[in-house]
Ligand binder design. Structure first.
Ligand code: AMP
Ligand code: ZN
Ligand code: FE
Ligand code: FE
Length: 286
């Protein structure tokens, strides 16, 4: 069984390509992971698995183990929740229907945001399309890139802190399932659900976390630059109590964020637990 084959760390389980809002194609993302000394790496584009084949080929040809993953969008009231989904069946009908719906809502929402922004800034929908590759999951980062290209802001960071801020007039929320539904979908597709960067400013209420755990949530990404010390300590306690999986990863987005491959990594025993739990698809070994 492939799940029982050996793999080697260091392992980074959270990287994005141009199939969502990373700036590099999947093969370049894996090459960057390799340059940074990683031996095992996942591709976790937002709401899509379309980059897996290219990433798997590139990773294994570099001698790395590839972990198929995705970062599924979810939402609890105003909080956006990102659910990492490892080893899901990419053809699972319910999960596919959901990711199709989210991606289509992302496109509508980006068009509405672009329209709102165009009232105050010289920017058009075509500028945003020019920043995406065909079929990519569209997000605010692409609008940010269009604003940079127009010289309105200097980088994505400035765009997110100003024009694209959720509290601003231009912001539109995207459709996303509630976190419990998201966990159920990932489990239903044979995957391993882990909450991405769960310890930021907007910590999920205990009741939601408990419901997610009851639905099969497997763990938390506790080593990530956006996690804050206090909530991280709280979730680490919960993880220890319940023997949950704890991961660490970079959330690399190419040039789109300062995050670098391998700046956080996941311990080998935790990677082994993910490999043992995932039933939807297998890791790809070199
Ligand atoms: P969206 O899902 O379209 O609302 O956009 C959220 C995405 O933007 C996430 O993938 C984040 O990684 C990215 N993002 C959030 N804040 C920033 C930032 N300050 N600079 C660059 N990317 C960011
Ligand atoms: Zn992203
Ligand atoms: Fe995220
Ligand atoms: Fe991410």
């Amino acid at each position: 069984m492939p799940q029982h084959r050996r793999f080697e760390g260091p392992t980074d389980l959270h990287l994005h390509s141009s199939h969502s809002d990373g700036t590099e194609p999947p093969a370049e993302v894996m090459a960057a992971a390799h340059r940074h000394g990683l031996h095992t790496a996942a591709l976790t584009d937002h709401d899509t698995t379309s980059g897996w084949a290219e990433a798997a080929e590139a990773a294994t040809s570099l001698g790395m183990t590839f972990v198929p993953g995705m970062e599924l969008s979810a939402r609890h009231r105003w909080r956006s929740v990102h659910l990492l989904a490892y080893l899901v069946d990419p053809d699972d009908a319910d999960l596919r229907a959901m990711t199709d719906r989210i991606r289509s809502s992302r496109l509508d929402r980006a068009q509405i945001m672009a329209e709102r922004i165009s009232h105050d800034y010289d920017i058009a929908w075509d500028d945003i399309v020019a920043q995406t590759t065909d079929g990519a999951t569209v997000g605010r980062p692409h609008i940010a890139d269009a604003l940079v290209a127009r010289g309105i802001v200097v980088d994505r960071t400035e765009a997110f802190a100003s024009i694209l801020h959720p509290a601003g007039d231009y912001y539109v929320a995207l459709y996303a399932p509630d976190p419990v539904t998201a966990v159920e979908l990932v489990v239903g597709a044979g995957g391993v659900p882990i909450v991405a960067h769960p310890a930021g400013r907007a910590l999920l209420p205990d009741s939601v976390l408990t419901a997610m755990l009851d639905a099969g949530l497997a763990g938390f990404e506790l080593h990530h630059r956006e996690n804050l010390p206090e909530p991280t300590a709280l979730l680490a306690e919960l993880a220890a109590e319940r023997d949950l999986i704890v991961t660490g990863s970079s959330d690399y987005h190419g040039l789109g964020k300062p995050n670098m491959p391998g700046e956080n990594t996941t311990a080998d025993d935790m990677v082994a637990r993910i490999f043992a739990l995932g039933r939807g698809t297998a890791p790809v070994f070199p």
